[in-house]
Design a protein. Sequence first.
Length: 231
Amino acid sequence: MKELENFKVSTIQLPDGIKVFDLRNSVLDDLIVMDIEWLLGISENFDVRNFYKLLLSSVCSFVRRQASASYSFCEEYVIPQLLAQVLKNKGYDGILYQSTKRFKDVDMEEREHKGFEFSYKLGYTENIALFTKINRQHVYDQELFHRINISVPVTIDMIDEVSLEDLERIKEEINKSNKEQEKVTIADKIVSVYARAYDNIQYHGIEYAKSDVGKIHLYHLYEVLHQILID
């Protein structure tokens, strides 16, 4: 894909103790829980806070209308900006939210375990936005820059091809390295989520792992796992 020739990717490690507000839309998970509680005869009150968060998440996800050249104000940004300022004032470092952009040209093949189908998660991915401080002397927030670890950017031509088996192998190394349980759990989740959601799908008619997008994705995950191993 020509558009990826100059595309560079880095792995980013966030600092420990970072405080991020979770604005992801969990309506599907909430409905599943409600169904289970109904089947089990559990009569708990519906958590109205989750309902309000769903409304807030939806309002903050409105698609921006095309602005004219002479009028740059976008009313769709008002509530998200207010929310960001409130969270910043309350000591949050950022916000986690779902993207409104969907995967395109992805073909789902038949899975063996249809009862555990989680491919719907491919529909919308997740983003994290970190709040920055205005610095009139620099074009970026130096304090934030020094708090996060960013690897050297690489292009598709610079990376080695990584497979799911490579991820499994380095995950096993992490399991045997006496790392604290939290890191072992993170490594296991990284590999299992990829295998569950991206294995056996096609992108533009090509096996996802063999496509340029898939290669960059696998390389990114491998770098994250490698960082866990050497820390």
